[in-house]
Ligand binder design. Structure first.
Ligand SMILES: C[S@@+](CC[C@H](N)C(=O)[O-])C[C@H]1O[C@@H](n2cnc3c(N)ncnc32)[C@H](O)[C@@H]1O
Length: 332
């Protein structure tokens, strides 16, 4: 066993694995198979692909444990695909995987983003311009984030808070989790108008539409209200430059009552910026697809929050430690 040879090739061939997955998803193979099993000819007819080429793709899907082969030419979803890749499943990640497939294209040009120091295909403007992308992105984030949102709501004590503003709140994943956890809390999701239509649906489905308000803003320039008890920035500040981030934090301070809390939630780098692996790649992703975007270490974010006038900076983490929230207090 040559560990280094294997490790290097695992990295080099990584995109063969993910692109096979994205192609199966994009062609609609998982959705068509659902709980059933079908012959390759039927699948090719329903998913509109050439039979021989498609057989190669599906066979690779079997090798990757995404599909199962009952008899020669007869395919079904693996338990993993049935759980995550069929939209009827409660745990579906279909929109999220679709977004990952879209982002695979700008990721291929990563060296250009690094050479120029600028994002290659900024995704910010696409959010308002392409409704299909917006739906996929916002629902995708909701699918992915709702698996851990209750954990962060449990880790942060907002029992005293009555009003929260969820800036760039997306589908409302965290407003929903915090409102469920804290029965006395009401939240205002502030986001782009196209996104709020989706948040409206999600808040209604969660039975919380009476405690969740929706407000259309541009977070780069709008105020965040007055006399609120808590302002939440969840997975938002890494999309913006440090200067924009500081300005947003200052506007959060202006919106808070004395003693109010700001909560910055997301993925943070270790202080030497070389870990955890996911956070280092998330940082690269921010540089590739968000203009000015980049990740922070906990200390870097704490000093940005202190510059914006916050004190008592504490850190709360989910049990898995995957994401963290930094809490700051507006001085009384
Ligand atoms: C990565 S998502 C985070 C969503 C949610 N807070 C979460 O943690 O799952 C970033 C959000 O910022 C919103 N956004 C981006 N640019 C914005 C702008 N200029 N004004 C308001 N919202 C914006 C996007 O629509 C999206 O919902």
């Amino acid at each position: 066993m040559d560990f280094e040879f294997n490790k290097l090739n695992q990295i080099a061939f990584g995109y063969w694995h993910s692109n096979t997955f994205f192609a199966l998803s994009d062609l609609g193979v998982f959705e068509f198979l659902g709980e059933g099993s079908h012959m390759i000819g039927e699948i090719a007819g329903a998913c509109h692909f050439e039979v021989d080429a498609g057989r190669s793709l599906l066979n690779a899907g079997v090798a990757l444990s995404l599909l199962k082969l009952a008899t020669v030419g007869n395919f079904s979803n693996s338990p993993m695909a049935l759980r995550f890749m069929t939209s009827g499943s409660k745990e579906a990640l279909t929109n999220w995987v679709g977004v990952m497939g879209i982002w695979a294209k700008p990721w291929l040009t990563i060296a250009d983003a690094i050479r120029t120091g600028r994002s290659v295909e900024p995704q910010g403007p696409v959010i308002s311009a392409d409704p299909d992308y917006t739906t996929k992105f916002i629902l995708g984030m909701h699918e992915y984030a709702s698996r851990g949102s209750d954990d962060i709501a449990a880790a942060v004590d907002l029992s005293e808070a009555r009003t929260m503003v969820d800036v760039g709140g997306g589908a409302g994943t965290y407003s929903i989790a915090f409102c469920k956890r804290n029965p006395g809390l009401r939240s205002v999701i502030m986001d782009l108008p196209e996104v709020l239509e989706i948040a409206d649906r999600m808040a209604s489905e969660a039975g919380l539409r009476d405690r969740i308000e929706l407000r259309s803003i541009d977070y780069r320039s709008s105020g965040f209200g007055t006399n609120v008890d808590c302002v939440l920035f969840s997975n938002v500040l890494h999309q913006e430059s440090r200067e924009v981030g500081r300005d947003m934090l200052e506007r959060a301070r202006a919106a808070l009552s004395p003693g109010g809390k700001v909560l910055v939630h997301g993925h943070f780098l270790t202080e030497d910026r070389t870990g955890p692996v996911f956070a280092t790649l998330h940082n690269l992703s921010a540089r590739i697809i968000w203009d000015g975007g980049h990740s922070y270490t906990i200390d870097e974010m704490k000093s940005l929050m202190a510059e914006a006038g916050f004190e008592s900076l504490d850190v709360a983490a989910t049990p898995s430690g995957a994401t963290k929230a930094i809490l700051g207090r507006k001085p009384s």
